[in-house]
Design a protein around this ligand. Sequence first.
Ligand SMILES: Cc1ncc(COP(=O)(O)O)c(C=O)c1O
Length: 308
Amino acid sequence: MQELSSIWLNGKIVDWKDATTHVLTHALHYGTSVFEGIRCYKTLQGSAVFRLGDHIQRLFDSARIIKMCIPYSHDELYQATLQTIRENQVDECYIRPLVFRGYGEMGVDPTSCEVISAIAVWRWGAYMGEKGLKHGIRAKISSYTRNSMNASSPRAKTSANYLNSALAKTEAKELGYDEAILLDMQGFVSEGSGENIFIVKNGVLYTPHPYSILLGITRDTVIRLALDLEFDVRETHCTRDDLYLADEAFFTGTAAEITPIVEIDGRPIGDGKPGPVTRQLQEIFFRVIRGEEETYIDWLDYVEKRKE
Ligand SMILES: Cc1ncc(COP(=O)(O)O)c(C=O)c1O
């Protein structure tokens, strides 16, 4: 990765190379950490973070689920994120807040280990490539089942949950696909390894209900945009057959943004090209994140004070 200059660590800005941790850090062994993935975009009025407050809130929700107390307030982490972007002098970046159990006692019980908080930023282009955004990607239904709601809380963005994602992603790539789609314990579609999923059928948008997924902020954004465009949007059970028979399909995520899916398990989706609804949503989404849609301007948190 391309290194930048600094990282926010426990309330202080430190040199990038000094943001290190001990090998007996609890989270490294037992997955006891929560994190976020956020993007900052160049907009008409300067750089702005997309839905920063909502991401910070999800970080606190994840921590609450795993009973870890974040030693900073919502506002402190909000301000620290903006400060980290400014320190690194980037006008666009990906942002990674991370809160984890550090060095203390070994053993599964994390309660005696200190809680460490960090925020890093780096430059990151399209997650599945510009080509993926434009022409769509090929996905495969994974042989791995998504973390179940009573096993490891898919709604919490914990590092532990991402072993499930990493296994599915690696399998999909080894088999020549770009991304995995995981089914839940009951066999219904849940999500991608790092994205939520939508399908379009006869002009209606369908997306899996919130039980076995991370509640994506991009998912929420797309639902709101689609409703405002007067689409019918349904959060529901989706089966693999619904995927195969969809007119269109796409992934949503902070990293993936809105990425069309043009093939699943060797079956073309619709005519095998990104469809018109996906295109329409992509178009408005990219206008929104760049501050070109006044209606949604409140979703932007400016790095420097907004010029009036
Ligand atoms: C498993 C999983 N589902 C969904 C998402 C999409 O969430 P968001 O749109 O908030 O980035 C992500 C990305 O963070 C993810 O890792």
